[in-house]
Design a protein around this ligand. Structure first.
Ligand SMILES: NC(=O)c1ccc[n+]([C@@H]2O[C@H](COP(=O)([O-])OP(=O)(O)OC[C@H]3O[C@@H](n4cnc5c(N)ncnc54)[C@H](OP(=O)(O)O)[C@@H]3O)[C@@H](O)[C@H]2O)c1
Length: 378
């Protein structure tokens, strides 16, 4: 396998190092902005040096973003090159187009590192589906938010202080929005839903709420309720897909409640195998590069579909999902009062309500109280 690598940052440089240990795999050229950063004079500044090179059979992308990543991906696939990427934003946004282009050109499309970093999640979903059908997926898919929530539970610290610490340690980016608002998790859920159920859902159809507004006082309230707060993504199969990304108050003692620091814990439930969970490093140079390089070896071994053979478009519908919610808001709202089951000091817990109705109401309430926080209660 002769690789054209796009990007030489955290993941790209890791892929280059790990690939050096593999027989029959070589990184021939590296596209990046600072060509001089790449050892061995392999840096190139123009994508055509890779796409038009007939000696390169595989493009590995570790660049990020939607553009020019999409243009590079479509160019590489049309040129008949296998495409391996860690870029969840690209795959989630362009999944049908990428799958179609890979099929048309008879090449592989793989993105194991895009969901779960170093955890063998998508490849085990793929294995499971050879003999079984997956009904549900759920879990902690983001290490940054888990680090923040874990530290807040342990130290009683305020969100802003823990976020600054996470940034200092390299667990959170300078602009942490994609992590703390849930976009990163939602992209991973869209990709996982495709692999697990063969259903293509749109990112914008999945209701999402992050942890930006959680406070130290909220965490004290969670503890008083005997719960631990985690940012949880979940999807359930059916003609329509039930899917959401939201904070959830988990009973202390449940497996997710014990996930420390920046780790992930992701689970699928299948008809015969039952519950299978995967715990590990969801990010970081070498864990992520490990899965990229595993993809390279799988493609060398002849794997060339995108985790499942068939995909159909599907809608998201959460009207029948009933959940109780913890809500802390300074805004008064008649609907919220009408569904309140417990009144705490500065918060309420609702009776079981439709998840779809709840998210719609909260969106409206947020325009009056942008510091509002909520979490589903289990
Ligand atoms: N970091 C992780 O732990 C992790 C985990 C899972 C998935 N991922 C995914 O892996 C991808 C890469 O992440 P990363 O953390 O390695 O990012 P990064 O450290 O910022 O590296 C990105 C690299 O791409 C280069 N680049 C950006 N735009 C480019 C362009 N238009 N043309 C050429 N080169 C360009 C950058 O060059 P400059 O340095 O010169 O700007 C840099 O070398 C992202 O999609 C991310 O979501 C990352």
């Amino acid at each position: 396998m002769r690789i054209g690598l796009l990007g030489y940052g955290v993941v790209g440089a890791g892929v280059d190092h790990l690939a050096q240990r593999l027989e029959g795999v070589s990184v021939e050229k590296v596209l990046c902005l600072n060509v001089g950063d790449v050892p061995g004079g392999r840096g190139v500044a123009d994508i055509s040096a890779i796409i038009d090179d007939p000696e390169i059979d595989t493009v590995v992308e570790a660049m990020g973003g939607l553009h020019p990543a999409w243009e590079f991906a479509s160019g590489a696939l049309k040129a008949g090159k296998h495409y391996i990427t860690a870029n969840k934003a690209l795959v989630s946004a362009f999944l049908p187009e990428l799958v179609e282009l890979a099929k048309e050109n008879g090449v592989a499309l793989r993105c194991t590192a895009a969901v779960g970093g170093g955890i063998p999640w998508l490849v085990n979903i793929e294995r499971c589906r050879r003999v079984d059908s997956i009904r549900r997926i759920h879990g902690i898919f983001n290490g940054t938010t888990n680090f923040i929530l874990d530290a807040m539970h342990r130290d009683g610290a305020e969100f802003e202080r823990v976020l600054a610490q996470a940034q200092k340690l390299g667990y959170a980016e300078a602009d942490p929005s994609a992590d703390i608002d849930g976009d990163d998790v939602r992209r991973k859920l869209v990709i996982s839903t495709a692999a697990a159920f063969g259903k293509l859902i749109r990112e914008s159809d999945v209701p999402m709420f992050g942890i930006r507004t959680v406070t130290a006082q909220d965490v004290l309230n969670f503890k008083a309720l005997g719960k631990v707060c985690k940012l949880i993504a979940r999807a359930e199969s059916g003609e329509k897909i039930k899917a959401s990304v939201e904070p959830v108050l988990i009973p202390a003692g449940a497996p997710e409640s014990a996930v420390p620091e920046n780790f992930n814990l992701v689970t699928y439930e299948s008809e015969n195998a039952g519950v299978q969970s995967f715990f590990g490093q969801g990010a970081g140079r070498y864990p992520t590069a490990y899965n990229v390089v595993q993809d390279c070896l799988d493609v060398c071994g002849g794997k060339n579909d995108f985790y499942t053979k068939q995909y159909v478009a599907a809608e998201v519908d959460n009207r029948d999902v009933l959940r109780c919610y913890y809500v802390r808001t300074s805004a008064s709202d008649a609907w919220l009062q009408s569904v309140a089951a417990t009144q705490g000091d500065g918060y309420i817990v609702t009776r079981a309500v439709s998840q779809a109705d709840f998210h719609a109401h909260v969106r409206e309430l947020q325009s009056r109280d942008h510091r509002l926080f909520f979490a589903a209660v289990e």
